[in-house]
Design a protein around this ligand. Structure first.
Ligand SMILES: Cc1cc2nc3c(=O)[nH]c(=O)nc-3n(C[C@H](O)[C@H](O)[C@H](O)COP(=O)(O)O)c2cc1C
Length: 245
């Protein structure tokens, strides 16, 4: 692969960090291993094939999952980039049957109003029709783990002071994607679930006022033989545009 050997000052008039910046804040040399092109393509193809095999089941097996695996997936997700490095996320995990039962009951109540009392408009219902989802959420009790990802709308310091977080939704969305990828990579399945509205999760999980539920993940193994909608993913040409030659 082409390597352009050139002194940084020939490329950058304003090098980062500036001497002034480095005198005020700590910096370190970035650790990065360059791979040869064949290895890069092989790894990219392997990772794509792995991720293309990810699906969201709606029936989980009750088989237990060690806490360490959940911790590792959260640790991986928490390596995500975030606005001003605020890491404005909190992954709240439970395998407690009573907590899961309470979450299921509250989620089913909200979803009952959505599905049976027409809180969802027609366009929304039409989009969901091929998935056949309804207000029954038994998987919330059967899956061994539920992890609720909360966004930290602002930082609440121990002395009660508030500090702003930046690009919270973008940051938490990226962390969510990395969490899903980490779970899939380690051999677990999850469903991205958004029972709407989700405020009940703040109450049931005893979270502080600065946290707002973002998405709920039942996690475990798919029930053997479980079916998922036969979806097609958009081809590359439909999701990628290259501008210029
Ligand atoms: C933000 C978001 C919210 C979702 N909410 C729900 C949900 O509440 N219930 C559900 O059954 N699926 C939900 N899904 C799952 C999608 O329906 C699913 O990802 C999509 O149909 C593609 O299927 P796949 O994940 O198997 O590729 C959600 C997905 C996303 C990204």
């Amino acid at each position: 692969m082409v390597r352009i050997v050139v002194a940084p000052e020939d490329l950058y008039e304003f090098p980062y960090p500036s001497a002034d910046l480095e005198s005020k804040y700590p910096f370190e040399e970035m650790v990065f291993t360059r791979l040869d092109q064949r290895t890069m393509v092989e790894r990219a193809e392997e990772f794509y094939a792995l991720m293309d095999g990810r699906r969201s089941p709606r029936m989980f097996s009750p088989d237990p999952v060690p806490k360490r695996l959940i911790e590792l997936a959260v640790a991986t997700a928490s390596t995500a980039p975030s606005g001003a490095h605020k890491q404005p996320w909190r992954f709240v995990a439970t395998q407690n049957p009573e907590v899961k039962r309470a979450i299921r009951a509250a989620a089913e109540e909200e979803e009952r109003v959505n599905y049976l009392e027409n809180r969802m408009n027609e366009e929304w219902q039409e989009a969901l029709a091929p998935l056949g989802t309804d207000h029954h959420k038994e998987f919330l009790e059967v899956a061994p783990w539920i992890v609720v990802l909360f966004e930290e709308r602002y930082e609440l310091r121990p002395d009660g002071q508030r500090r702003k977080n930046y690009y919270v939704k973008e940051s938490v969305g990226i962390a969510a994607g990395m969490f899903i990828a980490a779970l899939h990579n380690l051999g677990l399945a999850t469903l991205t679930h958004t029972p709407t509205p989700m405020n009940f999760l703040t109450r049931l999980l005893g979270r502080p006022e600065n946290e707002r539920p973002f998405v709920l993940f039942p996690i475990g193994f798919p029930l053997p033989g479980v079916k998922v909608p036969a979806l097609k993913r958009k081809p590359l040409d439909d999701v990628m545009v290259i501008v210029g030659a």
